[in-house]
Design a protein around this ligand. Structure first.
Ligand SMILES: C[S@@+](CC[C@H](N)C(=O)[O-])C[C@H]1O[C@@H](n2cnc3c(N)ncnc32)[C@H](O)[C@@H]1O
Length: 213
């Protein structure tokens, strides 16, 4: 479940450089990053400004946007270093050590959001996690997952070819070794829980799933 923790402790000090300066091989993965954070706020604002749980907070960029919009936020982050930096950036953010299958708080949320983090779970863990998170969501609440996903086998194979030709070796390694799914596989998990959903493409890699209970 937490096999990437050490990697994130190491990445933490330069994480914001990766996502905002975008002068590296992950450039296109983080294309429209700012817009994506704002879109998540927009998607959960349509009902009311409520209590939001963010999982995999990283350095706190989405939480920052949520707080700016007036949401009450509880953040969950397993990497000590990421938690430390998020706390430094957002001293008022309630941020707890935990992960997708361990939320150390008894509360019901209006929305649960996560960006660029769900792919660290295997498919079975993803299923277990969504069932688990369902217990923390109020009726009519929303779960939003923004992450790299593939819309088809053909798309995936063309994308991997493109990444290999671009000589983005680290990105290629990530795409081959982390647990990226096809969009329909994640949507199937929401079908199993009887959620309704819409889905939106954010860039060449990333999709946003907006699921409602
Ligand atoms: C690529 S960063 C994304 C950070 C932030 N959400 C953003 O959009 O910039 C992935 C984050 O997910 C966290 N993470 C990794 N495995 C996790 C897990 N099993 N449960 C919760 N968070 C996890 C990492 O520690 C890291 O902070």
């Amino acid at each position: 479940m937490l096999e990437f923790n050490e990697l994130f402790d190491q990445w933490a000090p330069v994480y914001d450089q990766t996502v905002f300066n975008r002068d590296n091989e992950y450039n296109e993965v983080f294309e429209n990053y700012d817009l994506l954070l704002k879109e998540i706020c927009q998607q959960i604002r349509d009902k009311k400004i409520g209590l939001t749980l963010e999982i995999g907070v990283g350095t706190g960029n989405l939480s920052k946007e949520l707080l700016k919009e007036g949401f009450s936020v509880i953040g969950i982050e397993p990497s000590d270093e990421m938690r430390r930096l998020a706390k430094e950036k957002l001293p008022n953010l309630a941020i707890l050590d935990g992960h997708f299958l361990s939320i150390p708080i008894i509360e019901k949320f209006d929305s649960i959001v996560t960006s660029y983090a769900f792919h660290h779970l295997t498919y079975t863990e993803k299923r277990d996690s969504l069932k688990y998170l369902d217990g923390f969501l109020k009726k009519n609440g929303k779960i939003i997952i923004a992450d790299t996903m593939f819309e088809s086998e053909e798309y995936k194979s063309n994308l991997l070819k493109y990444v290999a030709e671009s000589k983005a070796h680290n990105l290629l390694n990530d795409l081959n070794t982390e647990y990226y799914e096809y969009t329909e596989e994640i949507l199937r998990l929401f079908d199993e829980l009887d959620y309704t959903y819409t889905i939106k493409k954010m860039n060449k890699y990333v999709w946003m799933i907006i699921a409602e209970k």
